[in-house]
Design a protein around this ligand. Structure first.
Ligand code: GRF
Length: 212
């Protein structure tokens, strides 16, 4: 399975993928890491020839940036394109080009808390549980079919920072688990629904992981 990874920052989710590949638990190859932030730590997690980055500010508009990104991603012939902490909205043209092969990890139990500041949002809403989701990307932000989620209880003592740290520890095994299913050819997006082994997933898979 050829994986292209889009990342804007730290890249701990990318590292989880790299670690699973190195451990032999994920049958995949990273064919490129793509960033809208040339200083992203994520880029330094892979050898130089696999890195692509451009400063989005150097482009007149989103479509121009996305077009160059799409050309670079397509050139690596990925089976799947994974947004792992990619913080820039992907325009419709990019999404349509890779649709059905484009995944995102989002730090909330979608459909709750789309967009940014999900941890503060979960606290403000008084949610009893919170977590992370891996979903297919569609043009509407964080609105695509969810494949799998991992949840944790919100504690009375939680802050946005403590929640972010605990959710991140769920994100890593969750993302790897979904990519294992992708590598085995078990997941597809059909008519805006996620399928597992050819069956529509009417509710996302709930995966459980030991606290990291
Ligand atoms: C993660 O919480 C991811 O879900 C998100 O941004 C964070 C990125 O973390 N939207 P990293 O760059 O993978 O360490």
């Amino acid at each position: 399975m050829r994986l292209a990874v889009l990342a804007s920052g730290r890249g701990s989710n990318l590292q989880a993928i790299l670690d699973a590949i190195a451990a032999g638990t994920l049958d995949a190859e990273i064919v490129g890491v793509f960033s809208d932030k040339p200083t992203a730590q994520a880029l330094r997690r892979v050898p130089e020839p696999l890195r692509w980055s451009r400063n989005a500010k150097d482009y007149p508009n989103r479509a121009a940036f996305d077009a160059e990104l799409a050309t670079a991603v397509a050139a690596t012939r990925p089976d799947w394109v994974v947004c792992a902490g990619y913080m820039r909205i992907l325009g419709d043209a990019f999404v349509q080009r890779f649709r059905g092969h484009l995944l995102n990890i989002h730090p909330s139990l979608l459909p709750r808390h789309r967009g940014l500041r999900t941890h503060a949002g979960a606290l403000a809403a008084g949610d009893g549980e919170h977590g992370a989701s891996v979903h297919f990307v569609v043009p509407e932000l964080d609105a695509g079919a969810v494949i799998a989620q991992a949840a944790l209880p919100v504690l009375a003592t939680d802050t946005p920072e403590s929640l972010a740290a605990r959710v991140l520890r769920l994100e890593h095994p969750l993302l790897v688990a979904v990519l294992q299913m992708a590598a085995a050819g078990r997941i597809t997006e059909q008519a805006a629904q996620a399928t597992l082994d050819g069956q529509p997933l009417f509710t996302p898979l709930r995966l459980e992981f030991a606290p990291g």
